[in-house]
Design a protein around this ligand. Structure first.
Ligand SMILES: Cc1cc2nc3c(=O)[nH]c(=O)nc-3n(C[C@H](O)[C@H](O)[C@H](O)COP(=O)(O)OP(=O)(O)OC[C@H]3O[C@@H](n4cnc5c(N)ncnc54)[C@H](O)[C@@H]3O)c2cc1C
Length: 503
């Protein structure tokens, strides 16, 4: 029988989301919260992904907190160790490790309607009892590994890019890489010169654009450190450069078709073998899947030890992978660059709301529905960070996270100010948000671009991406609309509902 630990707010996760939420609460003068993190250090994505070549693909000066800017990023797109260190430094500055219980995995949460409290269950048996629950559990966090026929017979090493096996020296080894997503595009060029043979199994080719990556010159680092406002101005510039891309993703596909032509030219310029060029050139509109950036991905295919298989995997044997064309590739290791459980990531947590409603089951039956990707009707005082339909293909998600933590802090403040027990999302608000967002998504490249992707759920509905400009999301979350919620007020042990006002 574990302990019951009482607190005001439970925040799950210490990636950009959880840390951002905790800092926002500290800024509001609160100390009644606890961060629960299943790993033994902060960092989330940037702690887990240690594969060779891992780096951000949004400019570092944009992919960081606006209130914790770092003048001395070494490159325009910082490598993973530097982003990980940045998150450590930010957490230390705000003294967040002392608010964090590391090695604590949340297994589920249950809303108790009598107490108006969340009971947050953990793998070690302790229960955290809190008024508010914030899930910063990450959308790209649980590795997705395909069930390859015969894999149980394989005698070599296997690992996923997000769990890189650094004890396994790839030098001189024969390697199969499965998948051609954002991670594979980064690590394939890094490992290709080391390994004896590399066979890349590609289902659908990604669009890969040149990466404007360069070391940050000393003068700019000095300027950002010494002249107030210059880094902020540079960040604004990057923000708007990225925002322009949303125009194409959202219906103006002429722009994307033109960009696809430029990108196709880039492939022809970089890869010598015309047959490989054909296989590497996507047949869908750019943006339908996440657009990737790299300067060394395409040239890697000019190497004699790199092979591209587009037939798919028929079977895995003790020491080989057999393609659907019948070719047998002898391999010592299989590396999965197969991404993450995205739209089904919520299945891994058991969250129960009003009347015992099970969140994952409810979403499976009726589709994922939220208000602003943050709150869910019938799940009072529960908030998601980077929840459904708030991911991005064109700009930094840290911008979205900052909008969300401000909104959530406001929601908590208003609930307290009304001395209310709970804040409930109105069904009408949630329905109108979802209808609006799905209408916009229907015109976007994700639906009309001629591909399937991890943006879509098993019903083909986009539950991942925010359709359009991020400043529109900022506008919608800048101030909480009281009409979207009602309050539960408790008097003499009985709950009653009350309207919410901003006063
Ligand atoms: C390789 C890679 C590169 C990326 N590059 C970019 C980029 O350039 N630009 C961009 O905008 N986005 C990028 N992303 C997306 C990236 O995931 C987000 O930008 C951001 O890091 C998400 O932060 P988060 O805190 O929401 O989630 P995460 O960083 O995934 O953190 C979630 C945390 O919650 C913890 N956790 C999860 N479940 C539990 C549980 N049940 N109990 C306790 N703790 C739990 C995890 O251990 C983790 O620490 C990238 C993603 C990957 C994988």
């Amino acid at each position: 029988m574990g302990e019951h630990i009482h607190t005001g707010v439970v925040i799950v996760g210490t990636g950009f989301s959880g840390l951002g939420m905790a800092i926002r609460l500290r800024q509001a003068g609160r100390a009644d919260f606890v961060l629960l993190e299943k790993a033994d250090e902060v960092g989330g994505t940037w702690r887990d992904n240690t594969y060779p070549g891992c780096a951000c693909d949004i400019q570092s000066h944009m992919y960081s907190f606006s209130f914790e800017q770092k003048p001395d990023w070494t490159r325009s797109y910082a490598p993973q160790p530097e982003i990980r260190q940045y998150l450590h430094d930010v957490a230390a500055k705000w003294e967040l490790p002392r608010f964090t219980r590391f090695g604590v995995e949340v297994t589920g949460a249950r809303w108790d309607e009598q107490e108006n409290r969340w009971h947050v269950a953990t793998a070690n048996g302790d229960t955290y009892v809190a008024r508010f629950l914030v899930a910063g559990i990450g959308a790209l966090h649980i590795p997705s590994v395909p069930a390859l026929p015969g894999i149980e017979r394989f005698q070599g090493r296997t690992f996923h890019s997000a769990r890189w096996d650094h004890d396994f020296d790839l030098t001189g080894k024969r390697v199969a890489v499965i998948g051609t997503g954002a991670s594979a595009v980064q690590f394939v060029p890094e490992i290709a010169p080391k390994v004896a043979e590399l066979t890349l199994f590609q289902r659908t080719p990604p669009w890969v654009m040149p990466k404007p990556d360069h070391p940050m010159p000393d003068w700019s680092r000095r300027l950002f450190a010494r002249v107030p406002g210059t880094q902020r101005a540079y960040r604004h510039f990057l923000y708007w450069v990225n925002e322009v891309r949303a125009v194409g993703f959202n219906g103006h596909q002429g722009i994307l078709k033109y960009a696809s032509k430029v990108a196709a030219h880039n492939i022809r310029r970089s890869v010598r073998d015309p047959e490989l060029v054909r296989k590497l050139t996507p047949d869908y509109v750019m943006g339908c899947k996440r657009v990737l950036i790299s300067n060394d991905y395409y040239p890697t295919f000019n190497r004699a030890n790199v092979h591209l298989d587009t037939t798919g995997i028929a079977e895995v044997r003790e020491h080989s992978v057999i393609g659907n064309d019948g070719r047998e590739h002898q391999v010592d290791a299989i590396i999965y660059g197969t991404g993450f459980h995205v739209t089904d990531s919520y299945d891994y947590l058991s969250i129960t709301g009003v009347n015992g409603l099970d969140l994952a089951g409810h979403w499976r039956a009726h589709g994922i529905n939220t208000h602003l990707g943050i709150t869910v009707a019938d799940f009072p005082n529960l908030f998601f960070l980077l929840g459904p339909n708030t991911g991005l293909g064109h700009n930094s998600v840290v911008f979205m996270i900052e909008s969300q933590v401000g909104y959530i802090a406001d929601a908590i403040r208003l609930t307290d100010r009304h001395r209310a027990a709970a804040l409930n999302t109105r069904h009408s608000a949630q329905e109108s948000f979802n209808a609006d967002i799905q209408r916009k998504l229907a015109n976007g490249v994700w639906s009309k671009g001629g591909c399937t992707s991890w943006y879509l759920d098993s019903h083909g509905v986009n539950r991942t991406v925010w359709p359009g400009f991020t400043w529109r999301y900022w506008l919608r979350t800048r101030k909480l609309d009281p009409a979207d919620f009602e309050l539960t007020v408790q008097a003499q042990g009985r709950n009653s509902t009350q309207a919410l006002t901003t006063h």
